[in-house]
Design a protein around this ligand. Structure first.
Ligand SMILES: [Zn+2]
Length: 124
């Protein structure tokens, strides 16, 4: 999840660095209003915490996908190395291993959606 406000001047999104999961936490961290300078047009403005929107972070999704993919490759490699021609269960094991990353990603995605909804719903 990433958080951003829309620049008052150029209307481009300004990313906010914060680990806050909802607006209450963001207020504790930065106050109800805070100054931000836009990386695009370099203007500094004051922004209210209610103007902050949570969104999906493509970068975070990419990192999670990469982690899941590495776990998957390592697991498949491990199974092949140790059980190839040794176990009739191999096919079933690989099939179940292939299912795990999908499940992890689905859970991650769902939690992220809940966090984003939560953040966008409560206003201070
Ligand atoms: Zn701007």
């Amino acid at each position: 999840m990433k958080k951003e406000v829309i620049c008052k001047k150029c209307k481009k999104p300004i990313p906010i660095k914060s680990k806050a999961l909802d607006r209450a936490q963001l207020v504790k961290e930065k106050g109800k209003e805070f100054e931000l300078s836009c990386p695009q047009c370099k203007t500094t403005n004051r922004y209210h915490v209610n103007g902050v929107k949570a969104k999906k972070s493509l970068f975070q999704n990419l990192v999670v996908s990469l982690i899941i993919f590495s776990i998957l490759s390592l697991s498949v490699f491990y199974v092949f190395k140790n059980y190839w021609f040794k176990s009739v269960m191999l096919v079933y094991m690989i099939l179940s291993i292939l299912g795990i990353p999908g499940i992890i990603y689905a859970i991650y995605n769902k939690q992220q959606n809940i966090a984003i909804k939560n953040f966008n719903r409560f206003r201070k």
